[in-house]
Design a protein around this ligand. Structure first.
Ligand code: CP
Length: 312
């Protein structure tokens, strides 16, 4: 089990019971959002380091808030002004941070496998905040939390994930989590942005968004990741929007009780229009808020906490 080893690297390591433990702990953590003083002593004395080799707004900030609200000493490493630019390796950087007292290292890295390498190299708990095109487990957990909060359950829901599946660590982690909790998953996108082997993960593949949208309980719209596309894999953004964008017209095809998710940041007017972000069915702002609760839960559990003690 992932968290028993004091690391969170991949959703595929988590059982349904592990995921539900994290979600129920997150629900208890979310209680403090309504308090005037958002502070609990749970991680007092623990040093948490945010080590981000790629840009981030939501993940980095919500980990920082989660750590601070749980009274950890939080340190943010700006890679661009660290000794990484002098050529210091990932493991040497992490060992240096450990020598400075790090108990938890939250890492985002462009290379798949970097968090796993780190977890083998240091004693501190390691949390994957996104590694290349591999996994983004805390994004999947906050998506699952948001769905469960709105729908009461994830099991047996039909979740449509649309977009750049090939480059998406969010898609991969969501597929593992959704399938583990018993959801039906359909992935939709252009053939050039669809990796091989998806059916082996138990998901349906479609290239026709208009056909699957009316059957969706949840539609999770992914960002076109142009920074990870070495060559043009789609003819044009306008054509992408025409076939795969969540447009005003496609909002009409969605069920009245469907949920709209997007991990952010969004390319407005490309994969999603502003009307969809503002639609009453959208839970995109809830996802960001829930990210703090879920990351509090993960921090708590990787440091050895019992989930029934969180609300105390
Ligand atoms: N969803 C997500 O990972 O957003 P950031 O890149 O802003 O952290």
């Amino acid at each position: 089990m992932g968290l028993a080893r004091r690391n969170l690297i991949r959703m595929r390591d988590l059982s349904a019971a592990d995921i539900q433990q994290i979600l129920s702990t997150a629900a208890a953590c979310k209680d403090i959002f309504s308090r005037e003083v958002k502070k609990m002593p749970t991680l007092r004395g623990q040093v948490m380091v945010n080590l981000f080799y790629e840009p981030s707004t939501r993940t980095r900030t919500s980990f920082e808030l989660a750590g601070k609200w749980m009274s950890a000493d939080v340190v943010n490493i700006a890679v661009a002004t660290s000794s990484v630019v002098k050529g210091e390796s990932l493991t040497d950087t992490a060992k240096t941070l450990e020598s400075l007292g790090a108990d938890i290292v939250v890492i985002r890295h462009p290379s798949a496998g970097a968090p796993a390498l780190l977890a083998r190299s240091i004693r501190a708990a390691v949390i994957n905040a996104g590694d290349g095109m591999h996994e983004h487990p805390t994004q999947a957990l906050l998506d699952l939390f948001t769905i469960q909060e709105a729908k009461g359950t994830v099991a047996d829901l039909h979740v449509v994930i649309v977009g750049d599946i090939l480059h998406s660590r969010v898609a991969r982690s969501n597929i593992w989590g959704l399938r583990t909790l018993g959801a039906r998953v359909t992935v939709v996108g252009p053939p050039t942005l669809m990796p091989p082997g998806l059916e082996e993960l138990g998901v349906r593949v479609s290239y026709d968004l208009d056909r699957v949208l009316p059957e969706a309980d949840v539609v999770n719209v992914l960002r076109i990741q142009r920074e990870r596309q070495p060559t043009a894999l789609i003819p044009s953004l306008r054509e992408y929007t025409r076939y795969f964008g969540l447009t005003r017209e496609r909002l009409e095809r969605l069920r009245p009780d469907a949920l709209i998710l997007h991990p952010g940041p969004a390319n407005l007017g490309v994969e999603i229009v502003q009307e969809a972000v503002d639609d009453p069915r959208a839970r995109i702002h809830d996802q960001v808020t829930n990210g703090v609760a879920v990351r509090m839960a993960v921090l708590y559990l990787v440091t050895g906490g019992r989930h029934d003690a969180v609300a105390a």
